[in-house]
Design a binder for this molecule. Structure first.
Ligand code: 9D3
Length: 269
């Protein structure tokens, strides 16, 4: 996959992509990142990319000319597998489902806005879609572009063991999102706070059950907005009675890989 970024701050991207998963994927030849300087498509000696807003008001607006010329020079014959994404605070909010959708394109051209905004004709007639990364104000689209490259790159086949999760996600309901379960590492007791006993006892069926319950509880507590989209939890039954029915049902005689989260299908965050 090829990621192209159109920006007035090309130097910004030297840092974020030189580390971690994205850097490894670039080295492995799974993806390419090309950063394009918007000022290369200006024609005046000051390399002007912005101008004052029609109708008056604060700040400056990115002119359409250099943006259109840049995209048309980068992709003279744009194909459906080449997607122009305008990063703007006004777009629909990015999420894991959008990351998966974008991972299906051969090339993305991420257009970074700056100043007080971008001439609306760019959103209307140049970009295929507009994306925001959340309801907060950034100074420009550069951080948003880096976020999108990172999240899409991790989904590409061959990037750091995503075969298993790619298969799991292909069966999952994109609207159902569950937070990951709490994780612990050594020491088993830290400043008096103990790791839950169940994680230390080696009973993997019980561990999986605990993890699922802990993930549901954490989602309900920290992200009630996500929890309301999840399937309703099973009503809690008395432990003794439950243990008996479960033996009769024989669920725990199945391999753990088959039981773990098998009753619901959602994306893990
Ligand atoms: C404070 C200025 N806003 C109204 C007066 C409009 C505005 C203009 C330019 C708000 C943000 C920006 C710059 N931000 C982006 O280009 C941007 C962004 C964001 O601000 N939040 C979340 N996602 C994104 S993607 C691009």
């Amino acid at each position: 996959m090829i990621f192209r970024i159109l920006t007035i701050f090309p130097e910004f991207f030297r840092g974020p992509f030189e580390h971690g998963v994205v850097a490894k994927a670039v080295e492995a030849g799974i993806l390419r990142i090309e950063v394009h300087n918007l000022r290369d498509w200006t024609h005046d000696r000051h390399k002007t990319v912005d101008d004052r807003p029609f109708g008056g008001g604060e700040g400056m607006v990115l002119k359409p000319g250099p943006l259109f010329e840049a995209v048309e020079a980068i992709w003279p014959q744009r194909r459906p597998q080449q997607r122009v994404v305008l990063l703007s605070a006004q777009g629909p909010v990015f999420n894991q489902a959008a990351a998966r959708r974008l991972a299906g394109y051969e090339e993305l051209l991420l257009v970074c806005g700056r100043y007080e905004g971008v001439d609306e004709r760019v959103a209307e007639h140049l970009a295929d879609e507009e994306i925001s990364i959340g309801d907060f104000v950034l100074s420009g689209g550069e951080l948003a572009a880096a976020v999108i490259v990172d999240s899409v790159a991790r989904l590409l086949p061959g990037v750091l063991g995503n075969e298993a999760s790619a298969i799991r996600e292909s069966f999952s309901d994109p609207a159902a999102v569950l937070l990951d379960c709490p994780q612990y590492t050594r020491p088993a007791e830290f400043r008096g706070w103990k790791v839950p006993d169940v994680l230390l006892n080696g009973n993997h069926a019980e561990i999986e059950k605990w993890r699922r319950q802990a993930a549901l509880e954490k989602t309900a507590r920290l992200r009630p907005d996500l929890a309301q989209a999840l399937p309703a939890p099973e009503p809690a039954k008395k432990t003794r009675h439950r243990a008996k029915t479960r033996v009769a049902g024989g669920d725990e005689t199945r391999p753990e890989s088959e039981t773990a989260g098998s009753e619901t299908k959602e994306v893990l965050l």
